[in-house]
Design a binder for this molecule. Sequence first.
Ligand code: UDP
Ligand code: MG
Length: 158
Amino acid sequence: MAIERTLVLVKPDGMQRHLAGLAIDRLENTHLELIGARIATVTDKLAREHYALLEGKGPFTDKKLFEHLINFIKGEYHGDPKRRVLALVYQGENAVQGIRAAVGVTNPEDASPDTIRGAFGRICRKHGYFENVVHASGNLEEAEREIKIWFRPEELLN
Ligand code: UDP
Ligand code: MG
């Protein structure tokens, strides 16, 4: 199996509810190698770069939902003037799938209770939007693209 790298973000809902430590605990249980970590302020530019490939696709053909997604990752619904997320990079064999398995599926109500999203995620009753605590790259191509957006090469260990 190939050595892969993958990106995780503890999203603003996870940061607001102080779930970063619990999320990292679950991620560490994969025994993959943590090779990068930073607290980042999510600007509009960063948010749009991160979610660029989702614009106009699937549920995001609904423009309002896409703008909601951008505002969400920018921390606009979670009261953080510093617009913080925690960005992490894990490396190892089959890292993309291993991290996704620990994170769980997109909808927290469908996610296994053994996963981060299943244990800690919720659906915002007001908007029907998923507050699923963490982002994880969906496949290797996404991972390589996303890691470049959040980290400079020298910020990652080899
Ligand atoms: N999302 C949502 N409702 C949906 C689909 C997606 O709220 O019906 C949000 C959710 O926060 C998700 C993000 O949009 O994590 C990105 O969607 P994607 O399909 O990439 O899911 P993921 O890869 O995060 O599981
Ligand atoms: Mg995705």
